[in-house]
Write a protein that binds this ligand. Structure first.
Ligand SMILES: [Fe+2]
Length: 188
């Protein structure tokens, strides 16, 4: 909704006023520039949406795994799900520590996520592993992009956390890649 300022010369929106007020209330002290805070927090929040999407997909496949390698795959995806979930709180808190805001809800995640959901009734074990392999690889690529942005603004702490998460993401991708070599239908 657009409103007139007192002198009638300039126009602004109630939405802008509300956002500015809210942002001010949630501002955290930082020596980073306003631009750095805005850009890094936005990148971290998009990354967080991807991490939640990948977490739920990993658990979805953990729950719906089938066939003769069930135990191995079921346990591997549980392990990977725990590792992915462990990133969520630190990512959100980095955004808040530098004065930004972060995710609010499941619908907020769905608006931002770039890793796609898989709601299929049945997915073969091999397709599950291959999809997670590609998703983890994509996540690693996004993490490197956020890392480059953090480097640009000298946000060393976010960059440092990302370095470990990139390593963990590459490990998950490596395992999933090795398990999908050969192309048989059962993932072996
Ligand atoms: Fe479980």
């Amino acid at each position: 909704m657009r409103v007139l300022t007192p002198d009638g010369a300039a126009m602004t929106t109630l939405r802008t006023i509300k956002d500015a007020h809210t942002t001010e209330k949630l501002a955290t002290r930082t020596d980073l520039s306003a631009e750095a805070t805005r850009d890094i927090a936005a990148s971290l929040t998009s990354l967080l949406a991807d991490v939640f999407a990948l977490y739920l997909k990993t658990k979805n496949f953990h729950w719906h795994m089938s066939d003769r390698h069930f135990r191995d795959y079921h346990l591997l995806l549980d392990e990977q799900g725990d590792q992915i979930f462990a990133m969520t709180d630190p990512i959100a808190e980095r955004a808040r520590k530098i004065g930004g805001t972060t995710l609010r809800s499941i619908s907020d995640i769905s608006r931002r996520q770039r890793i796609l959901d898989n709601d299929a009734d049945y997915v073969t074990p091999r397709d599950m592993l291959a999809e997670l392999r590609d998703d983890n690889q994509q996540l690693g690529f996004r993490m490197r992009q956020v890392h480059a942005l953090c480097d640009e603004h000298r946000d060393i702490a976010s960059a440092s956390l990302l370095e470990n998460w990139i390593d963990e993401t590459e490990r998950r991708t490596w395992f999933l890649f090795e398990m999908t070599r050969g192309g048989s239908d059962d993932g072996g």
